[in-house]
Design a binder for this molecule. Structure first.
Ligand code: RB5
Length: 141
């Protein structure tokens, strides 16, 4: 599966680690950032979200220090459901219940091991539909 990924400087190292760890399972289009030089998270979150909302990619991954800046930007876009995940069970539930199409991770608050577990859970879990479909349909404004 081809996914699109981006981070700011705070998430740069974790982004690189996830690309290496999941290179056998996922194909990544990397929108940057490409170093630890300070950048502004909206400059990465908005272009990535547009490309997921247009269905060019089924899923995106955004990483910043807390995850909150990336999630706030991504969730401004119609048809984007970005879930901030700091535990694999949350990643599983955000797919099952919320049909999240962008995974957001807080690089400064999770280990590489936890991030890998979150990625594994997110990308191996399907949306449950049913009552959750009705709720998801009420998200867009
Ligand atoms: C960068 O210092 C930090 O503010 C950013 O990575 C993120 O945590 C914002 O929400």
């Amino acid at each position: 599966m081809k996914v699109i990924i981006a981070s700011d400087h705070a998430g740069y190292d974790l982004k690189e680690r996830m690309k290496i760890l999941f290179s056998g399972k996922l194909e990544f289009e990397d929108l940057g950032t490409f170093s630890e030089e300070s950048v502004d998270y909206p400059d990465f979150a908005h272009p990535l979200s547009e490309r997921v909302a247009s269905q060019e990619f089924p899923f995106g991954i955004l990483i910043c220090g807390t995850g909150n800046g990336m999630a706030m930007c991504a969730n401004k876009h119609q048809d984007i459901r970005a879930g901030l995940c700091w535990h694999p069970d949350i990643a599983k539930l955000v797919r099952q219940h919320n049909n999240a199409n962008i995974l957001v991770m807080p690089a400064r608050f999770i280990s590489e091991h936890t991030a890998a577990e979150i990625m594994e859970a997110f990308f191996s879990t399907d949306f449950e539909g049913g009552r959750h479909q009705r709720r998801v349909e009420k998200i867009n404004l």
